[in-house]
Design a protein around this ligand. Sequence first.
Ligand SMILES: [Zn+2]
Length: 497
Amino acid sequence: MKKFYCFIIMLFFGMFVFVGCGSNNIIVDASENANLYKITANLDYENKMLSATENLEYTNRSELTLTELKFHLHPNAFSESADSTKAVSATQMEKAYNNGFSEGNIKIVSTYVNNTESAFEITGEENSILQVKIPELNKNQTVDIKINFVLTIPNVNHRFGYGNNTLNLGNWYPIVCVLESEGFFTQPYNSSGDPFYSEISNYLVDITYDENLKIAHTGELKKSTTSNGKNKVEISALAVRDFALVFSEKFEVATAQVGDTLVQYFYYNDDNYEFNLQTAVDSLNTFSELIGEYPYSVLNIVKCNFLHGGMEYPMLVYISDVIEVQQEYTNVIIHEIAHQWWYGVVGNNQLAYGWLDEGLAEYSTAIFYKINPQYDVTYNDVVGNALSAYLLFCDVYREVYETLDTSMNRNVLNFNTDTEYVYLSYVKGLLMFDAVSELIGDKKMEKCLQQYYDKFSMKFATPNGLIKSFEKSSGKDLQSYITSWLDGTVVLEQLAG
Ligand SMILES: [Zn+2]
């Protein structure tokens, strides 16, 4: 997600040819070892409801013997009864709900285990978890779970909700919790950060909707049919962490082919659509060359009703239609596309270590400007602005709260405010990666990014994993230096000189 912008950019229309995208073997390898979601859904657009059947083929890849599966029920964060788990903070209510509060939720109708109907429980804070009992499941055994559910889609400019222009289905279906050594990680939604953590899976999704709607989605379109005023599409997405869709009556689509990847910009009310498409193409080319190839066949950039700047999903990013300044819009496109590498291919627990993907997305954005001078923003501008903003934040925070904790490695729940989370994960994250680059040199930093991407591709990275990987790539002992940034002991004022 992207919440702040501070850069000046000039318009540029350019062509940049890049050959050789599409590392499909990464996808094939990862998809062979992944769970499969098959979802059949019917969108009732008039009533803003969706009914669906989800089949999950889940294989236990751990040493634990499982007797239950747990799923996140993220739509319940939009319910009136949600409190600590709610999706919208008190300060954002007006921006989110243009027409007053609107209920959103997910109702589980029935569950089946290996084709036999079975009891289920809704547990966790404020109905955030679906728990399904299963027969003992040992390592490498597979269980089939079927879940019938109904969504009430709220009138809210958010990941899951509808506004005046689009209906957004992000984090909309029961998604299985990540199994860690101690059990399932069940921390629920909250209004700060991108509170998601999910593993690489395969998706086959069929969805039926009114034929006047256009659709943007994760994955490849396999088949599309129309009858009785309804469209039905069949979509396949292999080796992705999540699956999102956006609907609109207003969408126009601008497309470009970049190597093996089709880039599609879904927009409305946008005179600069060619430039915005080009920014997406430049981002895809730049990050593919800098970090490693984008492995998917599609990348969708989707303008939509959204209260923050943007949001990343696999093969699809939201760009908010409330952004009025072109330079901000450009910056959000670059940042969200960087997340395809940091969050998408290289996963991480975004609740526990938000800086890991946000810091790298911000740093990659700064490097983008270095590689693409036609955007008229310098790398030094980006880093200089970030340092000034960060030091100002520290001063103000110290004054208001009389204390200042600059540690970065905190769970999203342990930040006192959203602003604190943003400055320590995004801004300080960028400054930290810039400082590491200063220390080891640009060439070695590139090697660090590339080898970290390779090592954790389709897996989860951790802070320690990043440090070890960077140490190996650079040949430098970085543990104590990076740790001093993470635990807040590095003194940034000195670096400013
Ligand atoms: Zn972000």
